[in-house]
Write a protein that binds this ligand. Structure first.
Ligand code: KPL
Length: 301
């Protein structure tokens, strides 16, 4: 049974390279990939592995264990649409996207089981492979708490492949927690072209504080419990721990790709409006990225 991975970015390559020695894996994308890909481990070792890769419109393997959708949130549904008509309808889907935009939609519309993954693994693409820059942890579960056995089996598979994963019943809350952290960090670092750690300094520190103050009541109104230590400790902890990182949104801006602002800020803006809560900071963060979305620059999020 093949683990199909759609989206050969950093996460897709990391999954393919980690899983491939023990599982049949096929990595799908829009452009051909080299037959051998390199994985540089966090310890600096480089492993070269042959990866079965194909274009996403090529014929699919006979038996598919699961489809891992590892594209950016912005391209997830379009990428899936190219494959969906050729997949057995009950194929389990694993969504690895940031934010909370595509997950509820695909959960509602996909005929088979849908699991969501939230990961803190750090990786970036290099020409002939991927660098696994920092070890993290992955949580896996379904938005309605179903498919616990599937989540446990996949978590076991990923953990044995070197990506420690825990099956959870509260994945919705975990996705929102990551989204909150991303909302406080990513739009600012992308707009000002800085590494995460620079947010600790003036003039950025008060901007982060203001964002946290705006986020907290929105998340509470949405029924998302605050982390035990509070939102500020969570956000500043991530900033400290990833001080040297160029966040994903900053990388998107640098590469001329659309950012994930709709997936990250969109659900917060929608929740703020639903609950009648202030959201000027979020709106400013959203429109601060207009320059990188010329086609939709003036659209209302
Ligand atoms: O998840 C991240 C990202 O880059 O998107 C953070 C936590 C901000 C780390 O860089």
């Amino acid at each position: 049974m093949t683990q199909l991975i759609l989206g050969p970015g950093a996460l897709g390559r990391l999954l393919a390279l980690r899983l491939s020695p023990q599982e049949p894996v096929r990595l799908l994308g829009r452009r051909p990939l080299p037959a051998r890909l390199g994985l540089t481990t966090p310890e600096g070792e480089t492993l070269c592995r042959e990866i079965d890769s194909a274009l996403s419109d090529a014929p699919l393997p006979g038996e598919i264990a699961a489809l891992h959708l590892t594209t950016k949130a912005t391209g997830a549904e379009a990428a899936l649409a190219t494959l969906a008509p050729r997949l057995p309808p009950r194929t389990p889907l694993v969504l690895w996207q940031n934010g909370y935009e595509v997950q509820p939609r695909l959960h509602a519309n996909w005929p088979g089981p849908v699991l969501c993954a939230s990961t803190s693994e750090g990786a970036y693409v290099v020409e002939d492979g991927v660098v696994h820059a920092g070890r993290g942890h992955t949580w896996l579960g379904s938005l309605d708490g179903e498919h616990a056995e599937l989540a446990a089996a996949l978590a076991d598979l990923l953990s044995r492949a070197g990506l420690p994963t825990t099956p959870v019943a509260d994945i919705r809350q975990r996705l929102w927690h990551k989204l909150a952290v991303n909302a406080a960090i990513n739009p600012l670092v992308a707009r000002f072209g800085i590494r995460n750690g620079q947010l600790r300094d003036r003039p950025f520190r008060p901007m982060v504080e203001a964002m946290i103050a705006e986020l907290a009541p929105i998340l509470a109104a949405e029924g998302i419990p605050a982390p035990e230590s509070g939102w500020a400790v969570l956000v500043w902890g991530v900033i400290e721990g990833t001080a040297n990182n160029r966040a994903s949104m900053l990388q998107d801006v640098g590469a001329g790709r659309p950012t994930e602002r709709d997936a990250i800020l969109g659900p917060l803006l929608a929740a703020a409006r639903r609950h009648g809560l202030p959201h000027e900071g979020l709106l400013a963060a959203y429109h601060g990225l207009d320059a990188y979305h010329p086609a939709r620059g003036e659209a209302q999020p």
